[in-house]
Design a protein around this ligand. Structure first.
Ligand code: FE2
Length: 281
């Protein structure tokens, strides 16, 4: 038996290390793609005395921050997940299109499809609000033509089995106009508010919204086990309001972790999510 030459041994070791690095890189890429694209369904059940008895079990599919970009993305799984919630209505809390986008056709076609599942109620996010005026106008016109209910500092009644829910929606601004929100509320009805920014979760409830749905925080971008979200716009590091259900004396704010990405292109332990809110009495 002859001993292996040192140069042959070193070459074998180099090949082994290269193969291991290759496998780990592929696994990391696969994990990153999965984390950033595989839709997760979050189901929340809340109980509200403000909901009329006959509407108990109302199902709201909530979507946010889809951030449709020029690069093609398959929205089939998103549509499938939204349909699987069997919603009575769908809420979209802004940043449907990314502010760097000029072709909005994919966003419009997605919303057109969602509007065939259930009535869709939409408000703008900070990304739409900073679009060039001509694209901003095109977004609003196209969504309206697609059958989407645009809520622009306004409210609409959603009627089911003859009973109404007051759906209020505000255009995105740095600080919400709470006097405006109060003026949109209707006594005796369940008041649902759609607003982009989640950091005012408590103030929305204090202003009288029975349920508010938001987004904007992108789930804190990376969720650290036992700690929570890492960073969110306006709230910076370790934000308080980045996901989930927040209760304030029987009123609620539900925050979606969103579907897409914006300036920070990567999600970690923070898959895109479709939210189902079921309201009981
Ligand atoms: Fe966003």
């Amino acid at each position: 038996m002859t001993a292996e030459k040192p140069s042959k041994k070193a070459a074998k070791r180099a090949v082994g290390i290269a193969a291991a690095v290759g496998v780990l890189t592929c696994a990391a890429i696969g994990y990153a793609v999965y984390e950033n694209t595989a839709i997760q369904l979050a189901r929340y059940e809340i109980a509200s005395q403000a909901l009329p008895e006959s509407l108990a079990g109302l199902r709201i599919c909530h979507l946010s921050d889809i951030h449709v970009k020029p690069e093609p993305r398959d929205y089939g799984p998103l549509i499938k997940a939204a349909a699987s919630t069997e919603p009575d209505l769908i809420t979209v809390s802004g940043d449907l299109v990314d502010s760097r986008v000029s072709d909005i056709s994919a966003a419009v076609s997605l919303m057109e499809t969602l509007a065939q599942i259930a009535p869709v109620y939409y408000v703008t996010g900070n990304h739409e609000e900073r679009l060039p005026p001509e694209i901003y106008a095109e977004v609003l016109k196209s969504l309206e033509d697609a059958g989407v209910h645009l809520l622009r500092d306004s409210s609409e009644l959603f009627v089911m089995d003859g009973v109404a829910v007051n759906i209020m929606g505000v255009c995105d601004r740095k600080y919400p106009d709470f006097d405006l929100i109060r003026s949109l509320e209707q006594d005796g009805l369940f008041n649902l508010l759609i607003s982009h920014r989640p950091q005012f979760a408590k103030e929305y409830a204090e202003a009288g919204a029975d349920l508010t749905v938001c987004g904007h925080a992108h789930g804190g971008q990376a969720r650290i086990p036992f700690i929570g979200g890492l960073i969110a716009p306006d709230q910076m590091f370790f934000p308080e309001f980045y996901q989930g259900v927040h209760e304030f004396s029987g009123r609620y704010t539900v925050i979606s972790r969103g579907i897409g990405n914006s300036l920070i292109p990567v999600r970690v332990n923070n898959r895109p999510e479709v939210v189902l809110i079921e309201i009981k009495r």
